[in-house]
Design a protein around this ligand. Structure first.
Ligand SMILES: NC(=O)c1ccc[n+]([C@@H]2O[C@H](COP(=O)([O-])OP(=O)(O)OC[C@H]3O[C@@H](n4cnc5c(N)ncnc54)[C@H](OP(=O)(O)O)[C@@H]3O)[C@@H](O)[C@H]2O)c1
Length: 470
């Protein structure tokens, strides 16, 4: 990676992007960063699927009015709404469908004009029903690369996850997954989904029960093959499918670890929904998690969302070089700024001791003392520590979903990402910094992330001023 590349702003001048997942947590920060660093970008199309609202209505309600844009709105004052509406244009689509679900006219127009596709859409639930996960995390990747190929000469940035590595241990390299099992596996697993659906139809299985069967099928298949869950398994199949089908489309694959609230931008602690570690933080603060299988020496790899978005932008001037070989970039902290389970626990404990949540009667909830049991010890002892059966079930479910992440025995190598960081143009070094070594865990957890969760998700902080944009 050389320094011959222009700044992101210069590179994007006059170019057109298509972003999927723009209504999501990472997607909004990517849009914010694009508008901040590349004001002369020609257009950013956001692919949005219809819900009760049409895509333009969703764009107004979920993107334009998102607090992710507070800082930009304040910077631009009266011109803000015009700027965002002129530059960012919603288009109806669905990544799970061929041609990204676009109608003929939109597909024809966009394939004529799009220079870069950033494919961030996914179904991020760890235990989505298998058919859903395959559509949103595997087929969607194929549709993204097919779209990029249909464009005149578009490049592709695919947002994946570091945990495509599954249950591998040790140092995980920034390289393609091998062996590529995707073609055979997709055929087999889609046949098994079809058989489950057919059998359910024949037996009149209720939708809820069918969903549970498809969830179980996904988790079982994933674990049989060495992944944690159906999310990472279908994302891994997506990466393999991309390698197999991208032809000569220049491609960068970004592999974030666990994305949490922003370090700086759009504002410290900004977060929109519960991410991987968050149910655990919240349950802990509420005193509803007396213990958990968190490995004392395990490295819990979390990374603030703005650092991931900055890395996505930083790669853009380089993607054109990644035609012969796709570039893989892990964005995480385990190799250069590791946060051990013990330190994560201590800092979180300290924070809730100092600033406890309160129960219904306004009494402070003392944070629990954890004993760092192994997953097996936890399963064996939890019933003795928690009286109510419903609580035991809840904790076992959380341990089932998250236990592999809180006991991970791997480190994500980030050599490529560090080279990308070193190659940032001078103009981008401040605005697009993604040096994870600068994350001070005490300050991030205690002053940024945990207060951010309480402010934006739990909305339990009455001491802060109510939000007013205007
Ligand atoms: N969050 C993490 O900790 C994490 C870690 C590593 C990697 N990643 C990756 O980062 C990317 C963004 O994740 P996120 O945290 O921003 O997730 P998110 O907040 O759940 O956003 C997901 C986005 O994907 C869109 N989407 C899902 N299925 C779609 C479909 N069929 N057609 C069109 N859009 C669809 C969603 O649209 P709707 O608004 O319509 O639902 C939403 O905009 C994903 O690729 C994820 O795998 C996330």
């Amino acid at each position: 990676m050389t320094a011959k590349h222009p700044s992101v702003g210069d590179f994007l001048r006059g170019r057109t992007l298509l972003l999927t997942g723009g209504t999501g947590f990472l997607g909004k920060v990517v849009v914010e960063r694009l508008l901040r660093t590349a004001p002369e970008v020609e257009r950013i199309y956001l692919l949005i699927r219809p819900s009760r609202l049409t895509p333009p209505e969703r764009f107004e309600a979920e993107v334009v009015r998102s607090r992710a844009f507070d800082t930009l709105a304040a910077m631009h004052g009266d011109r803000w709404l015009r700027l965002i509406r002129d530059t960012v244009v919603p288009v109806a689509g669905d990544v799970s469908q061929p041609r990204l679900g676009m109608d003929d006219e939109t597909h024809a127009a966009l394939t004529q004009s799009v220079d870069i596709v950033i494919n961030s859409a996914a179904s991020v639930a760890f235990d989505a029903p298998l058919d859903e996960a395959l559509r949103h995390n595997t087929r969607s990747v194929q549709h993204g690369v097919e779209f990029a190929r249909a464009c005149r000469s578009a490049a592709l940035v695919q947002v994946s996850t570091a945990y495509v590595a599954g249950q591998r241990t040790g140092r995980i390299p920034e390289t393609a997954l091998t062996p590529d099992i995707s073609a055979r596996e997709m055929a087999a697993v889609e046949a098994s989904v079809a058989a489950t659906l057919e059998e359910a139809r024949a037996q009149g299985v209720a939708p809820r029960e069918l969903r549970a069967q498809l969830v179980a099928l996904g988790m079982q298949r994933a674990r049989e093959l060495g992944w944690h869950d159906s999310y990472t398994y279908t994302k891994a199949l997506g990466e393999m499918t991309l390698e197999r089908s991208r032809g000569d489309v220049p491609t960068a694959i970004i592999r974030p670890t666990i994305i949490e609230s922003s370090l700086r931008d759009p504002a410290p602690g900004w977060i929109e929904n519960l991410n991987v570690g968050d149910p655990i933080f919240i349950e802990f603060g509420r005193g509803r998690m007396p213990d958990f299988p968190l490995g004392r020496d395990a490295v819990f790899d979390i990374v603030p969302v703005d650092l991931v978005a900055n890395a996505v932008l930083a790669v853009l001037p380089h993607v054109g070089d990644l035609r012969q070989r796709a570039g893989y970039y892990a964005v995480g902290t385990s190799s250069t700024n590791p946060l051990s389970g013990a330190r994560l626990y201590d800092l979180t404990y300290e924070y809730f001791l100092r600033d406890p949540m309160v129960d219904r009667d306004g009494r402070p909830i003392p944070p629990p003392r954890w004993t760092f049991p192994s997953p097996e010890e936890f399963r064996a002892t939890v019933a003795g520590r928690v009286g109510r059966e419903a609580d035991v079930k809840r904790l076992l479910h959380l341990a089932h979903l998250y236990g592999t992440y809180t006991n991970a025995a791997c480190i994500f190598d980030t050599t490529n990402t560090q080279q990308l960081l070193a190659s940032l143009a001078a103009a981008d070094r401040d605005t697009l910094d993604f040096d994870v070594r600068r994350v001070d865990w005490r300050s991030y957890l205690q002053d940024v992330h945990l207060p951010g969760l309480r402010r934006h998700i739990l909305r339990d902080d009455q001491r802060r001023r109510a939000y007013t944009r205007d």
